[in-house]
Design a protein around this ligand. Structure first.
Ligand SMILES: Cc1ncc(COP(=O)(O)O)c(C=O)c1O
Length: 400
């Protein structure tokens, strides 16, 4: 089950480092409350990197991955390979796609919302109203605030999906619409019904629309399942999408993938930056040159077939956890195609031990937690966790 040593192989000579490293190794497998794959599989990458002295230099993917970059110490050539692996998974055509390896899912939301505002302004002369569900990730709301947008939070149903009728009630069809879809929502794992919501928007053909998909977690595994069309532009006609790298794909530090269309890019304001020798459309100047290398490593060493198996396993293990919880009568809920089960909040000790995130919803009895079934959340770990919840039930839950 474990991919790592339980004791440190080598001391750093810095006591606080060794103490911290031991804690990391000890707690790794209990991390079931956040959407991070703890089976990172980059050991050989680091060996290759240091054996070849790549750690002895500073690299930076400054500028546009497709631009005539003047940066020599960079990995744009590998970044473009990574993007061409992922591009078809999200339904973007080769001749109408622009993308980059971003710093995170949030960075992708930032670019999606920023590009959306500029695209709509440059094509209509008006700033859009932004619509997002009240269950969507907080970054979308912060980013709307950052851009001074008129933000309309749309009510979601009990399970966290944006309600189409509520969207229609909130629509200002006289102004362009920038809509962000949650695929899925952070706490309840809800998938906004893009077809139903698009049908509402289609009733107002004069209203210009930009659709950004926040698929930070589900955008990792859905392309490797039979439900791949849920994050496919060809099916759903969105304009941009963001996916986190450190969630399903097992990157060991924050990173992400962002895609949009050439049409969107061509409708951004011109931004000639002489020192980059480019018309620079992206917000970030400096980007990691190492993250594309890690992505390309994982694509080659883990790859499509294994990711299909892992996507199937995490959904199977989610169903396994749900059935185990139902069996002991523990209140729990899960959305379709989601690997996130939300439950009545357990005792403070369990919350702390398993690093469970919290939320509150009176419709489900108040205090809640969730478990995100990633690759390291095996059936054995689920059994141990459920046993502890069962004891909790017997002794009476003492919530924090
Ligand atoms: C739906 C959603 N969007 C965005 C984010 C933020 O992603 P990142 O941590 O990659 O910035 C998260 C994080 O959990 C999320 O669940």
């Amino acid at each position: 089950m474990a991919f790592y040593p339980k004791v440190l192989r080598k001391s750093s000579g810095i006591p606080e480092f060794d103490k911290w490293a031991r804690q990391m190794v000890e707690h790794k497998d209990n991390q079931i409350g956040y959407p991070v794959n703890q089976n990172t599989r980059l050991k050989e990458f680091y060996e290759w990197y240091t054996d070849n002295h790549l750690e002895s230099m500073s690299m930076n993917n400054v500028g546009d991955p497709f631009g005539a970059s003047s940066a020599l110490m960079a990995s744009h050539c590998i970044e473009r390979k990574v993007l061409s692996f992922f591009r078809p998974l999200y339904g973007f055509d080769e001749d109408d796609c622009w993308g980059m390896i971003s710093a995170s899912g949030t960075d992708g939301n930032n670019h999606g919302i920023y590009f959306g505002v500029n695209y709509l302004f440059n094509t209509t002369g008006k700033k859009p109203v932004m619509y997002v569900s009240d269950e969507a990730h907080y970054s979308n709301k912060r980013l709307a605030d950052l851009q001074g947008l008129d933000l309309r939070l749309i009510k979601s149903d009990d399970m966290g999906r944006m309600i189409p009728d509520e969207l229609e009630k909130a629509l200002d069809s006289e102004r362009p619409c920038l809509i962000v879809y949650a695929m899925g929502s952070t706490f309840k794992g809800a998938i906004d019904d893009q077809k139903a919501l698009n049908a509402v928007l289609d009733k107002y053909p004069q209203m210009a629309v930009y659709r950004h998909v926040d698929a930070a977690l589900f955008g990792g595994y859905l392309p490797f399942t039979s439900k791949r069309e849920l994050v496919n532009r060809r099916e759903l006609h969105f304009n941009s999408i963001t996916v986190s790298g450190h969630k399903f794909f097992g990157m060991d530090e924050p990173s992400g993938i962002f895609f949009t269309t050439k049409k969107v890019l061509d409708n951004q304001s011109k931004n000639d930056i002489p020192y980059l020798n480019q018309d620079m459309k992206a917000i970030s100047c400096t980007r990691s040159a190492v993250n594309p290398l890690k992505f390309w490593w994982l694509i080659n060493k883990v790859g499509f077939k294994k990711w299909c198996e892992e996507a199937e396993t995490i959904l199977e293990n989610t169903a396994y956890l749900k059935s185990k919880l139902d069996k002991i009568g523990y209140p729990c809920w899960v959305n379709d195609f989601s690997n996130t089960i939300f439950i009545r909040r357990p005792s403070a000790e369990i919350v702390k031990k398993y690093y469970l995130a919290g939320s509150f919803d009176e419709r489900f009895g108040g205090e809640l937690s969730h478990i995100v079934v990633m690759q390291h959340v095996t059936k054995e770990r689920i059994d141990l966790f459920v046993k502890e919840l069962e004891n909790d039930l017997k002794t009476g839950i003492k919530q924090a």
